[in-house]
Design a protein around this ligand. Structure first.
Ligand code: HEM
Length: 442
């Protein structure tokens, strides 16, 4: 018996790649269209780089099983704005050591510590919203909320420090997926300057936490004390500049994506009143606020299965991160297709989430599919997977559950007419007009 030879990789007609690159930036259907034409794996050329797109369970499973042949990869703009010390830009043992250090901020015990403060932030947001004299654009409010969670309960910044950091972060984020040339005044040049200010401010926060620890004073707030004793791959403590770049990554990764999932969850429910009513039936049997000792687990999937199904369905149809990347150091075979070395591989989360049998009707918003025997019928990977799976998954899920229950139990929202509800996709999906709603107390 001969092993079946891998099939060749289909290629889009891309000579210089210029037309493909333009289409990639302009056409929201770029990947979906090519998946239809070329199947589940195909190669194109973007910004001069040969890039393989893939979707679906077999290819993704094979990819995660061949971690040794792969590296993490981010576009040049992201790489430079995150910095060379960032764990996102590191490989192998360097990467694993930093994941271990930063992972200490997201253990079950750490989440129990943050949960009561997150409940406090949910209530403060609801009070603010209820006191607003007129309609409100929710997207901006939810961005600030998500930023406050990672900056406050997790990193221990007070409200003044949070505000100072937030504006620089918004500028920095604008540059993340921009053209990486620092022409004066360009989004990338502004983002590089914002990066410098952010590093200085985060450095000062870290120094303060270290002084408190050295003086034996308990941490006033936040989890930075949990990082004490973090060691690098050689067993040495990480340098401050190293830790600061990890914190920069966390602040960004911690709010951009979560804010997107929150606003898309509310948008989807407001567009599907029957599903909202179905969820409200469950919330009717749940009390808010949760008892302080229970806040981290009170709305777990076992206690609020409908909420879990709604969150899963929103993340399936509108994943906050549409795809993630790897780089092939050696040739690999994925779903029976040969992928040469030196390729960027983009795993399409969005396309994988909609790939299944026609009967599953995977383009429809139908949260109940997640409670049916056999599951939803598609591979779900909103948080990526393998050695680089999202580090903040547990925090994100906790935050989404607390905000959804707290807000939907306290406020009635009404979608205002005459607004653009279509989604801007980069860096993370958000409704173009900011999701304008009328609000009243329940
Ligand atoms: C709904 C919210 C979120 C989603 C959908 C999300 C999704 C993702 C995805 C798809 C990746 C890439 C995984 C890969 O390459 O395989 C990632 C990586 C990462 N995420 Fe998240 N994320 C979310 C929230 C958070 C939060 C709250 C934090 C931390 C505060 C966080 C921290 C990170 C970090 C540090 C990485 C890099 C991991 C590595 O390279 O080893 N994320 N996330």
């Amino acid at each position: 018996m001969h092993a079946v030879a891998p099939r060749p990789l289909p290629r889009t007609p891309a000579v210089s790649g210029l037309l493909e690159t333009l289409a990639f930036f302009r056409d929201p259907e770029f990947a979906a269209d090519r998946f239809r034409r070329h199947g589940d794996l195909w190669e194109t050329r973007l910004l001069g780089q040969r890039t393989v797109f893939l979707r679906g369970e077999q290819a993704v499973t094979d990819l995660f099983a061949q971690g040794d042949a792969l590296e993490g990869w981010w576009p040049e703009s992201v790489r430079r704005l995150l910095g060379s010390l960032s764990l996102a830009n590191r490989q192998g043992a360097d990467h694993r050591a930093r994941r271990r250090v930063v992972g200490q901020l997201f253990t079950a015990a750490a989440l129990r510590r943050y949960a009561p403060a997150i409940v406090g932030l949910v209530d403060a947001l609801c009070r603010d919203l209820a006191a607003s004299p007129g309609p409100v654009a929710l997207a901006g409010r939810l961005r600030r909320f998500a930023f406050a969670v990672i900056a406050g309960p997790v990193l221990g910044l007070d409200a003044g420090e949070r505000d100072a950091l937030f504006l620089d972060f918004e500028t920095w984020t604008q540059g993340l997926f921009s053209f990486p040339v620092a022409l004066p005044g360009s989004p990338f040049a502004q983002a590089l300057r914002a990066r410098q200010r952010l590093l200085e401010r985060i450095g000062a926060v870290l120094a303060r936490a270290q002084e408190a620890a050295a003086a034996g004073r308990p941490q006033a707030a936040g989890g930075l004390d949990l990082l004490a004793g973090g060691l690098d791959e050689a067993g040495l403590p990480l340098a401050d500049a190293d830790v600061v770049e990890q914190l920069l990554l966390l602040l960004f990764a911690g709010y951009e994506t979560t804010a997107s999932s929150l606003v898309c969850l509310l948008l989807s429910l407001l567009q599907h009143p029957t599903e909202l009513a179905w969820l409200q039936e469950e919330l009717g049997g749940i009390s808010w606020p949760p008892a302080p000792g229970e806040a981290a687990t009170a709305f777990d999937p076992s206690r609020a299965p409908r909420l879990d199904a709604v969150v899963k369905e929103v993340m399936r149809l509108i994943p906050p991160v549409g795809g993630f990347f790897r780089y092939t150091r050696r040739p690999v075979t994925l779903a029976g297709v040969a992928i040469p070395a030196d390729r960027v591989v983009q795993v399409s989360i969005a396309a994988s989430h909609r790939l299944g049998s026609p009967e599953a009707d995977l383009d429809a918003f139908r949260p109940r599919r997640h409670l049916e025997a056999g599951g939803c019928g598609a591979l779900l990977l909103p948080y990526g997977g393998g050695e680089r799976v999202c580090l903040g998954k547990a925090l994100a899920e906790l935050e989404i559950r607390l905000l959804s229950v707290g807000l939907l139990k306290q406020l009635d929202l009404e979608l205002l007419p005459d607004q653009d509800l279509s989604l801007a996709i980069i860096p993370s999906p958000t409704p173009r007009d900011g999701l304008r709603v009328g609000l009243s107390r329940r």
